[in-house]
Design a protein around this ligand. Structure first.
Ligand SMILES: NC(=O)c1ccc[n+]([C@@H]2O[C@H](COP(=O)([O-])OP(=O)(O)OC[C@H]3O[C@@H](n4cnc5c(N)ncnc54)[C@H](OP(=O)(O)O)[C@@H]3O)[C@@H](O)[C@H]2O)c1
Length: 323
């Protein structure tokens, strides 16, 4: 999408206020102590979900978000639960997934947690750069760990559970030279080659490329997998960076609540959204970058998925059998 398309979407399009009931549903929102995740959780609580799990790395902040959501929606005190999840730790992801697998049902897993940073760090025990580890590897590790629960919920309750990943318009703002390296994830671990301005966009591009590969593998399972861009919104996302993004945000941002509507709508979207990218609450393949739509983009999707599959199998042998 070009600059004009972005400005049009940002300034002239507002997603509708969600009104579809979530009665009876169990919903997990990662990174929901702040920003878009918290506002999406507030919508789900307002829409009558039975259980909304705030999956957060900071329990104190999670409890504060729970209190705030309860106060504004007047939902029953039993609806919101705060569970620990740190995507910078595979052990934490595994523990979370084990606990969540005991839920009677799971209607929506909204994978919203993410970071952008200008600080180089290889996470101990993970062995990957922090942005890639959190936004990509752990996000898909959790998704694949939760697939059996999503699939069994589809079968046992006759529902279409959603697995929704919050990506970004910025996925188009990277040249992504690493895709041509012998091993892309290894190349992304090379500090001398990093461009911090491209790192966050690259992580968001990887989400879209990977989702496209995974979606066909779960076709027919009843689970709907999609991704979305919320547009540029007020949040705490740029807390670790001083970049053009901060300046851009000052002029063109949506409120967090308006942005969160796109998360909620995507997490309720139908089969037409399976394997697709959504913008402003609608499937919009033209909003994917030219690279994603190119032959090279197809090849890159296949390549990075094979590499991620190897990484996930090294974390937990057999896990990709969940697909
Ligand atoms: N805001 C925008 O303009 C925009 C545009 C496009 C896409 N997005 C995407 O929207 C999503 C939400 O971002 P936001 O804008 O709402 O920013 P935000 O307010 O910073 O929210 C990010 C959330 O992710 C959590 N998080 C970070 N690292 C984590 C970890 N290791 N484990 C678990 N949770 C972690 C944060 O928790 P802490 O508070 O503990 O750090 C926070 O709750 C992100 O995926 C972002 O890429 C945002």
């Amino acid at each position: 999408m070009g600059l004009l398309g972005f400005l049009y979407s940002q300034l002239l399009v507002t997603s509708v206020y969600p009104t579809t009931s979530c009665a009876g549903q169990t919903i997990i929102v990662t990174g929901s102590n702040s920003g878009l995740g918290k506002e999406a959780a507030r919508h789900f609580a307002r829409l009558g979900a039975s259980k909304v799990i705030l999956a957060v790395r900071n329990m104190k902040a999670g409890e504060a978000a729970k209190y705030d959501i309860e106060n504004t929606t007047r939902c029953n005190a039993a609806v919101i639960e705060v569970w620990p999840l740190d995507l910078a730790s595979y052990q934490s992801v595994k523990s979370f997934a084990t606990r969540a697998s005991d839920l009677p049902r799971l209607d929506i897993l909204l994978e919203n947690a993410g970071i952008t940073t200008n600080n180089w760090e290889i996470i101990k025990g993970i062995g990957h750069e922090r942005t890639i580890a959190i936004n990509v590897i752990s996000t898909f590790f959790l998704a694949i760990l939760m697939l059996p629960k999503l699939k069994s919920s589809a079968k046992d309750f006759g529902i279409q559970p959603r697995l929704t990943i919050v990506s970004s318009e910025f996925h188009g703002r990277t040249k992504f030279p690493e895709w041509k390296e012998p091993n892309t994830f290894d190349a992304l671990n090379e500090p001398s080659k990093i461009s911090f301005s491209e790192r966050y966009p690259t992580s968001k591009l990887l989400e879209i490329l990977l989702l496209r590969q995974i979606a066909p593998a779960i076709e027919g399972s009843g689970v709907i997998l999609n991704a979305l861009t919320p547009g540029l919104c007020h949040s705490e996302l740029t807390r670790e960076v001083n970049s053009f993004l901060t300046i851009f945000k000052f002029f063109f941002t949506r409120s967090t609540e308006i942005g969160s509507r796109t998360l909620v709508i995507s997490a309720m979207a139908g089969v037409e959204s399976h394997g697709k990218y959504m913008r402003n609450g609608k499937v919009d393949d033209t909003a994917r970058s030219p690279f994603v739509r190119s032959n090279d983009g197809e090849k890159a999707s296949e390549k990075v998925w094979e590499e991620l599959r190897t990484i996930l199998e090294s974390i937990q042998p057999g896990v990709t059998g969940n697909l």
